[in-house]
Design a protein around this ligand. Sequence first.
Ligand code: FA5
Length: 357
Amino acid sequence: MEPSLLPVEILEAQQDFPMALAACKDLDGLLRLKGAYIGREGSHAARLMELLKAAPKEQKRELGAAINALKNQWEETIKARQVELENAKKRAAALGNTWDPDLPAPMPAQGSLHPLNRLIDRLVDVFRPLGYHVEEGPEAETEAHNFDGLNIPVDHPARGSADTFYFEKHPGLLLRTHTSPVQVRTLLRLAPHIKEKGGIRFLAPGRVYRKDEIDPTHSPMFHQVEGMLVGHGVGMHHLKGTLAYAMKALFGPGADIRFRPSYFPFVEPGCEVDVRCPLCGGSGCRVCKQSGWVELLGAGLVHPNVLEYAGIDPGEWSGFAFGMGVERIAMMVSQTPDLRFFFENDQRFLKTMGGLD
Ligand code: FA5
């Protein structure tokens, strides 16, 4: 079996499930669905188990984990629907099938926020109790804010037209490549008030653009949530504590994360934070590129040049900053093996994304 066939097999059955479930209006129908999806013989689950048996040894772990997650999801959803239908049946019996004017009218289907926006809201909720407010910046950004104010040298490769979308007719204007320019804008605006406020802390969520090749973990348009704190005597321990708190709030107390040293011109020292791949449990799969870890964010202590650019004295003030990849976090929290699902907006997929808020 080709590795590229695996997700198709799995995802086809997964995609059909919400429609099939919605079509079950009574317990008999639900039992038939149960048989078709998780019955012992001839069901989708049985077919997937056959696929697993036939899979080459090195794919078994990854495939097995994906199939198990899917079976559990089917089982739990069917069970929940069964309880709903049984309760409805009991209610109908208790009423002796007479017309009940108190019964709620059927409601039309309602729209809801996109899962990525719900995750951004959740991130904001995680940081709000720590005193962070929300800042915004434009997606069409100046080179000065996107690069210069962030201590990114003129010959840095990220500035090249191979990596960055420039507006041909507007020299100096580009689609921002990260949410870090909001650091520059916010520092410039708040610098005159920093003393009276005793520091600065904010989040900045938004879309960013890069000429990246599309693959399961990369897209040319994606979302980041920037975070920044400036105060007195801010150190790496504050950054680590804050990010560990946020990651545990998102992934649960057992979240396995690691900090790796890394380089960004606007921080010193810099680091990246990875989460142990929830899709394979760390044994290595296509999503984590066999490494067992998935990178979620870049971070570090704010470079003195960034503070100085905004007119803040780095002798007196210090800070940390981080930039989180929203799609990556959404993928890892919901165990979705490809970020393209978040952009295709298939309603059946979106409806399975309940766990992000
Ligand atoms: C940055 O963008 C830095 N601005 C982050 C930062 C902020 C560092 C503040 C220090 C201080 P990086 O290029 O690594 O760093 O991107 C940050 C995160 O965005 C990555 O960890 C990843 O989760 C996500 N990401 C990067 N490229 C893509 C892409 N093409 N598609 C989806 N997510 C991506």
